[in-house]
Design a protein around this ligand. Structure first.
Ligand code: GDP
Ligand code: MN
Length: 349
């Protein structure tokens, strides 16, 4: 039932194996959650929701990653809640620390300024490590080598509707590589030079951009400036190949060298979103409009009554953020000429 491995090059892995009830075929896919031990019970509710709405039907694995060792209590409670195998990994130190080229005094000065300006998480060191890890390292953890697809879950989230089909199969069969539930605009104060750095990268490596990319989702002026639109990365269903690709790898390394994860407070959401928009075929990006989802403070709630009743959604459609004017999902539908649900105009806020 238990297996444990520890070595210098693979890091730490601890697995609890379950015999799966689901006998159909599954994709090489897993849930993945970065979490601290103290957030166990906020996460427990997220897992319960995801299991009840989706995973109890398919029994996919769940990977937990932490910058410290997980406690036995954490492992016992999460293993009891998940219907698939559970795997626990400690993050290698070089994926959760200041790179050698970062000027510590400069980084500290920035945190002080951001604290004074009350930029959200602006004074936090751990939040920066988290954003850098989610941007460039989670898919490099040895546990993730077992998988092609992942679904990211955070503490305190909720699924509002039943999902009665295998979303990973859906991604594969429909040639999707990145999927989101909610999109929104970033706080400019956290990313003053992210776009300038991205532009420099694009000039240096035009050959790495996809010819049918979705630059127009993140820029309204053909690349001159960033419009702050991003997919909210606390929910992601995506292909690990996207992040492991030559283009995104080179992009992340370039951003990391520039230092903005520490000299500013670059979030993994804009970094992933710009990455997906530049390196994928635009048709490979998908909005899950049928997955009701909540992460404080926004809900996505299908406004189509047929979907809502058919999927046993428990959300209030008048709280839906999808079609709100602060969301970028409307733009996503317009640019890609997708059909919007009837009545979306009544939800712009
Ligand atoms: P927010 O959604 O931007 O407000 O940020 P969260 O506090 O939800 O953090 C984002 C994700 O990173 C969540 O899955 C957290 O559990 C995780 N996380 C944040 N900080 C840390 C940390 O210091 N250590 C670990 N292990 N996980 C963290
Ligand atoms: Mn969160």
């Amino acid at each position: 039932k238990y297996s444990q491995e520890q070595s210098a090059d693979t890091g730490f892995k601890y697995t609890r194996v379950k015999s799966s009830k689901y006998k159909g075929s599954r994709e090489k896919a897993t849930f993945v959650t970065l979490v601290r031990n103290r957030d166990l019970y906020s996460l427990a509710e997220s897992i319960k929701s995801v299991e009840d709405r989706f995973n109890s039907k398919f029994n996919y694995d769940w990977v937990f990653l932490n910058d410290e060792e997980f406690t036995t209590e954490f492992i016992n409670v999460t293993t009891a809640l998940v219907s698939g195998n559970t795997k626990y990994g400690v993050i290698p130190q070089e994926h959760w620390s200041f790179p050698s080229w970062i000027d510590q005094d400069k980084a500290a000065q920035v945190r002080k300024e951001m604290r004074e300006k009350k930029v959200i998480y602006g004074d936090s060191i751990s939040y920066r490590h988290m954003c850098r890890f989610e941007s460039g390292f989670f898919y490099k953890h040895p546990i993730m080598n077992d998988y092609d697809w992942y679904w990211r879950v955070e503490p305190d989230i909720k699924l509002h509707c039943d999902i009665n089909y295998d979303v990973f199969k859906f991604m594969k069969e429909n040639n999707k590589k990145y999927a989101f539930a909610i999109s929104i605009k970033e706080y400019e104060a956290t990313i003053p030079t992210l776009w300038e750095t991205t532009r420099n990268f694009m000039k240096l490596h035009p050959e790495l951009l996809h010819q049918n990319n979705m630059l127009d989702f993140v820029s309204d002026d053909e690349g001159l400036s960033y419009n702050l639109c991003h997919f909210w990365s606390n929910f992601e269903i995506a292909s690990l190949d996207l992040w492991r690709s030559e283009g995104y790898s080179a992009y992340f390394d370039y951003l990391d060298q520039a230092g903005g994860f520490f000299y500013e407070r670059w979030g993994d959401a804009p970094v992933h979103s710009i990455g997906a928009s530049l390196f994928l075929d635009r048709s490979e990006i998908h909005h899950f409009g049928d997955i009701g989802y909540y992460h404080v403070p926004f809900h996505s709630c299908p406004i189509d009554t047929g979907i809502r009743l058919g999927s046993r959604c428990d959300c209030d459609p008048s709280k839906d953020f999808t079609w709100h004017s602060y969301s970028c999902t409307n733009k996503f539908y317009d640019l890609n000429k997708l059909n919007k649900p009837v009545g979306w105009q009544n939800h712009v806020g």
